[in-house]
Design a protein. Structure first.
Length: 175
């Protein structure tokens, strides 16, 4: 599977670690390939560079997120022009999806969602994408409570995708 995420979903995934957008991004990275274009990357960097986001994330965290995202993604050379969205700025996601042979566009944008499906590409919201995926595995753990046996089910917790088990996937930013 090949995925395109719109800018707002990527930003929500960064800012809200327990959110549906974050869960969708983690799931997509596990199940397939994330597609990026230079236009999508430029918009992501520009939006995250706005002053209003400084209270939520530092410039260093933004650089780390973008660097890790870029490393995990397939950079697609967009070779089509599409003009189907009521907001022309959203056409870049359709162009990326078609050029990169995406299976899904994950978005919360109503204008993009209204185009579902587009040239064989599913256009769905993060929560709909998660519902379409098989449930996460659970790890049963037997506990003994005062002589009785109970069973506790724990869901494995994933670290942020930009952190590996051994440490960050990106080099430390030097000042």
């Amino acid at each position: 599977m090949r995925f395109v995420f719109d800018t707002n979903v990527l930003i929500s995934a960064l800012l809200l670690p327990a959110s549906k957008p974050r869960q969708a991004l983690d799931s997509a990275l596990k199940k397939g390939e994330l597609l990026l274009s230079l236009d999508v990357l430029a918009e992501l960097v520009a939006v995250l560079g706005r002053k209003q986001f400084r209270r939520y994330v530092t410039e260093e965290e933004v650089r780390a997120f973008v660097a890790a995202l870029t490393r995990q993604a397939v950079l697609v050379d967009v070779d089509v022009q599409i003009a189907k969205c009521s907001d022309p700025k959203d056409d870049k996601f359709l162009e990326l999806a078609v050029s990169g042979q995406a299976t899904h566009i994950i978005t919360g944008d109503a204008d993009l969602l209204a185009l579902h499906p587009f040239q064989g590409v599913q256009i769905i919201a993060p929560h709909a994408f998660l519902r379409s995926q098989p449930p996460r595995p659970v790890i049963p753990l037997a506990l003994s409570l005062e002589g009785t046996h109970s069973q506790l089910v724990l869901s494995p917790r994933r670290a942020p995708f930009w952190l590996a088990a051994q440490g960050p996937l990106f080099p430390p930013v030097s000042s």
